[in-house]
Design a protein around this ligand. Structure first.
Ligand SMILES: [Zn+2]
Ligand SMILES: [Zn+2]
Ligand SMILES: [Zn+2]
Ligand SMILES: [Zn+2]
Length: 402
């Protein structure tokens, strides 16, 4: 059931024709000949709900993804309509030069790579998705899949509903939930460029969890503050604030600890507060496992204090928020590869450069020191600012047990 045909020498798109032009086509098609986008002769059809398209007189193999449903037709028409509103030139059922593919809707714009929007309601195997995407790639066309419930998760954007009420998945602002929304608005956000594939964030504060203790070195016995960063407060270029949870897991043998990035600011904040001096993070070598790792040491005598075991011990842990100058961190790509609705609040739009190799946060390693995948989606939270570090002299006795 194509939407596009040639009437005589004229290209006609059924969904775009007004009532008069449609009536005119119905008068002329028998005498002038109507050839559809697939090259087969066809005839005009109008459904009760007003959907207009062309039908085959015989079987045709040119249309991938099975028989076209009313949903498929109206989705294609809507994509073309919204794309045109967003400044694209939209062509429905656009064949490649050699007819090796027919894009449901092909979008072009000067200076931009062409985009094929493929609408897939009928079930399609992951292999077929890959094969069809590969053909587009070979021709320098970027392919975007809108996939119905039978293919959810196999494409770029899930769609749902029926021809009368089409729905499409749309992301929220940074950190917000993805939702199913009326397709017109969702397409508008996507095709106008409001949805960005990466979020660019700077850290502007860190949540420091701390407990005071006494140095194990019998020659020292100074009071100091153990500390580690439980979460960082981030602000996106589009001015949304969230919290990235580093969890209290404090894995062992980690080299890229986020504390080293912020320790001069954090330790200066402790020095200004009523709490004892903060420990220092420094690379240490473990003879036992023959690995280098980041450990804490006494700020006064530099006695080695260890790493993860510190946080595992029950102590009077308290969490405070410490402001830091806006700082970019190398993030795990899963954390920044998040579709979101981006706004220009005077700083431009989020732009994420491809990650260089090397340390990235949150860093996790297994017992052998090999990197573990991060769990980023779970780590982005609503921002909850904690109290600042307490002022006035604090001692172990003035503090309550949590
Ligand atoms: Zn056909
Ligand atoms: Zn399709
Ligand atoms: Zn000491
Ligand atoms: Zn943004």
């Amino acid at each position: 059931m194509p939407l596009v045909a040639t009437l005589g020498l004229e290209r006609v798109e059924a969904w775009r024709l007004g009532d008069e032009a449609w009536a005119d086509l119905r008068r002329r098609w028998r005498s002038e000949g109507l050839v559809m986008s697939c090259g087969q002769p066809g005839g005009p059809v109008e459904l009760e709900n007003g959907t207009r398209f062309f039908r085959h007189f015989s079987k045709c193999d040119a249309h991938e993804g099975g028989v076209e449903s009313p949903e498929h037709l109206s989705t294609k028409a809507l994509v073309a309509e919204v794309a045109a509103e967003c400044g694209w030139t939209a062509q429905v059922e656009a064949p490649s030069a050699d007819r090796s593919w027919i894009a449901d809707v092909l979008l072009t714009k000067p200076g931009r790579k062409p985009v094929a929007v493929e609408v897939q309601w009928a079930s399609q195997t992951p292999e077929t998705f890959a094969a069809r995407a590969k053909r587009y790639r070979a021709d320098g066309v970027h392919c975007v899949w809108l996939v119905g419930p039978k293919n959810h998760g196999r494409g770029d954007w899930n769609i749902d509903g029926d021809a009368a009420a089409l729905l499409m998945e749309t992301p929220a602002e940074f950190g917000g939930p993805t939702s199913m929304a009326p397709m017109r608005g969702a397409l508008h956000a996507l095709l106008s460029g409001a949805i960005r594939g990466g979020v660019e964030v700077l850290v502007d504060a860190v949540d420091v969890t701390t407990a005071m203790s006494k140095c194990h070195n019998p020659q020292c016995e100074a009071w100091f503050s153990y500390w580690f960063i439980e979460a960082v407060e981030v602000r996106s270029r589009c001015a949304h604030t969230r919290q990235v949870d580093f969890a209290r897991e404090y894995p062992l043998w980690v080299r890229d600890r986020v504390e080293t990035v912020f320790q001069s600011d954090v330790r200066a904040a402790f020095a200004r507060s009523g709490l004892p001096s903060a420990t220092e993070y420094r690379m240490t070598h473990s003879k036992q496992t023959n690995t280098d790792y980041m450990a804490q040491r006494c700020p006064r005598c530099f006695w080695h204090l260890g790493d993860g075991f510190i946080a595992g011990k029950p102590r009077r842990w308290e969490t405070y928020t410490v402001s830091v100058p806006a700082t970019a961190l190398p993030w795990q790509p899963e954390l920044t590869n998040l579709h979101h609705v981006c706004h220009d609040v005077g700083n431009g739009f989020c732009k994420v450069e491809p990650q260089q190799r090397g340390g990235a946060f949150p860093a996790r390693v297994d017992a052998d020191g090999d990197p573990l995948p991060a769990l980023p989606a779970l780590r982005i939270r609503q921002r909850v600012v904690k109290p600042p570090l307490p002022q006035g002299r604090q001692t172990a006795h003035t503090r309550s047990v949590r």
